[in-house]
Ligand binder design. Structure first.
Ligand code: PLP
Length: 316
């Protein structure tokens, strides 16, 4: 360690853990977006990047910005349309995937998409924030770079901002580390320490939150106020659409007590949010869509609270 912007013993310790979980060399960043920006910097001027139509808002907005200034060419795809992803990879330098996507919960056929990208010598980045390495390890399926908003499930307590990139390729890791130094994006040692405490319980938190998600999404699909449940069958995130529209969705979010109406996700407490309340959210996200982040509370308590909020909408 030569200077505090380069690294710290605590950031190294966290990198060992995240790298071990994902199966590569991790580099931690001051936020998920700092990690994302470093990854976007890896492609040459004018490169074609293929990305999800409704990627995480910050990522989608930044990619559009880079396209607007001529830094990249952006090709937007629905990641669950495998044929479209494969076709878009032709001549691309990078395939940027989220699976499941935030907040549409679309799942990509990772092996097929990764093979198509590699056939075009494109780098493949997978944002693994939603699935976590407990449920999905894209490096073992051939991905070149894994991205995390460590802010979310990896740290698990909604009390810090942190990001990570993981790769098995030494040259890519070198490029990533140079970006972190030059962008000044090292996380604080204290946040790394908090993340190290949080990640110790990752496996049990995911197990419990996933069980809650499975129980409650099944109940939601029976509720008359819910027109659609988006849940891929695994993981701790889901989304629902409210039959009575965006105003009713806002009313649901305002009427829960145990579920907090808040933007983050992946913590021990359950959160819900109507995503289109944010002006920058993609217009492909339905206005009445509520994203659900399942925590580790008692599922009966969670359902009672959500059900009374949904019942209120039905009673007008
Ligand atoms: C899937 C995904 N990727 C990246 C980010 C950005 O992470 P951060 O808020 O840590 O910068 C988020 C944040 O919500 C996210 O949900």
């Amino acid at each position: 360690m030569e200077y505090a912007r380069y690294d710290s013993p605590t950031s190294h310790a966290l990198e060992d853990v995240i790298g071990g979980l994902e199966g590569g060399q991790a580099t931690v960043f001051a936020s998920g977006m700092a990690a994302a920006n470093a990854a976007m910097d890896l492609v040459p001027m004018g490169a074609v990047i293929v990305a999800p139509s409704a990627a995480y808002t910050g990522v989608a907005v930044r990619l559009r910005e880079l396209e607007g200034i001529g830094r990249i060419q952006l090709r937007v795809v629905e990641v669950d349309n495998t044929a479209a992803v494969v076709a878009a990879c032709h001549g691309a330098e990078m395939l940027w995937l989220e699976s499941p996507t935030n907040p549409m919960m679309q799942v990509a056929d990772l092996p097929t998409c990764i093979t198509a990208a590699h056939a075009n010598d494109a780098l493949v980045l997978v944002d693994n924030t939603f699935a976590t390495p407990i449920l999905q390890q894209p490096i073992s399926q051939g991905a070149d770079i894994i991205m995390h908003s460590v802010t979310k499930a990896l740290s698990g307590h909604s009390d810090l901002l942190l990001g990570a990139l993981v790769s098995t390729n030494a040259e890519i890791t070198e490029g990533i580390r140079t970006r972190r130094v030059l962008l000044g994006a090292l996380p604080s040692a204290f946040d790394c320490y908090l993340a190290l405490r949080g990640v110790r319980t990752l496996a049990v938190r995911i197990e419990k939150a996933q069980a809650n998600a499975q129980i409650i999404t099944a109940l939601l699909s029976e509720h008359a106020a819910v027109s659609k449940v988006r849940y891929p069958g695994f993981g701790t995130m889901a989304a629902i659409e409210i039959a009575q529209g965006a105003g009713a969705a806002d009313a649901v979010c305002a009427s829960t007590n145990l579920w907090a109406h808040a933007t983050s996700l992946g913590g021990v407490e359950s959160l819900l949010e109507r995503r289109r309340r944010w002006p920058l959210e993609s217009e492909t996200v339905p206005p009445d869509l509520i994203r659900l982040s399942f925590g580790i509370e008692n599922p009966d308590d969670l359902w009672r609270d959500l059900k009374q909020a949904l019942d209120l909408v039905l009673s007008g």
